[in-house]
Design a protein around this ligand. Sequence first.
Ligand SMILES: Nc1ncnc2c1ncn2[C@@H]1O[C@H](COP(=O)(O)OP(=O)(O)OP(=O)(O)O)[C@@H](O)[C@H]1O
Ligand SMILES: N[C@@H](CCO)C(=O)O
Length: 322
Amino acid sequence: MAVYTDITESELGAFLRDYNIGELLSYKGIAEGTENSNFILHTTGGTFILTLYEKRVDRDDLPFFLGLMDHLAQRDVSCPLPVKRADGEIIGELAGRPAAIITFLEGMWPRRPTTAHCREVGVALAKLHLAGQDFPLQRRNDLSLPGWQRLWDGCRERCDEVEHGLEAEVSDDFAALEAGWPADLPSGVIHADLFPDNVFFLGERLSGLIDFYFACNDFYAYDVATCLNAWCFERDHSFNITKGAALLAGYQSLRPLDAAEVEALPLLCRGSALRFMLTRLYDWLHGPDGAMVQKRDPLEYVRKMRFHRQIISATEYGLQQS
Ligand SMILES: Nc1ncnc2c1ncn2[C@@H]1O[C@H](COP(=O)(O)OP(=O)(O)OP(=O)(O)O)[C@@H](O)[C@H]1O
Ligand SMILES: N[C@@H](CCO)C(=O)O
């Protein structure tokens, strides 16, 4: 479960004195999530999420993440709004960790995404990309090719423990991705982790996006690729082209992909699958620091890499070209 740092009621009470959100009524650790410690707070002012940022989040990145949520929320993207303290700051410190309070979003993440969910996610992703265009801060994507290489260096010796032959297979992927990765595509702020557990719905209506802690500047189409991977495969590992078509149509209803993005999509999907395979493989072999966090299966993403290797055209994902 993802509560790495415990807090006492008196620590929390003292922390909340810097905010104007009323008196604490109750608080509880949230089991979901893997990166940070999250708590749900009920105060006389409402319901909020308190996050204590753990080791894998760089403190210097917090103004980007929280500033971005603030920016997007003010541009009609449904995402949590960071709550300002009485002194105007949005980042404080609690139990020796950087900490922030954000507004609570209603809804549930879809355990079995439908075609309608996929379309809504496509629309929301395009909306996020457009709304982020005038966000003034920048953050490099440290989980792009050089970052993948670093993760791979920490795994490759032992990766055949997960599946025999994986070392050779993934080495070939690296060679193809390094040779073909686009140098220039339309870029800006991307979410970079828009999986079903980061998107809330009320029925089939999208009610909010959360977890901006991988957000960065990179190719917009790479974010589309991550969503195709995260939303459009079935439990039997087959790609559902109807869901792919819905997600892409939703996205293109607000931001049509240009010819270079369309051409690059298969390689971006393969790269994105490698990225999530590697973070999962790294955690599988090394274990996330000191917590009982459920490990995610790297082989799910090895299968996705295999699928993308044989794709020739983005129409195979359901893309309808205008
Ligand atoms: N604004 C919010 N409103 C309602 N619930 C939230 C909100 N933010 C977070 N949560 C809850 O907390 C859980 C963990 O949040 P989040 O995904 O941000 O954590 P994390 O530790 O960064 O995890 P990971 O990166 O592994 O997804 C979510 O699954 C959700 O249940
Ligand atoms: N969404 C990621 C984990 C959190 O970033 C995965 O499924 O591997």
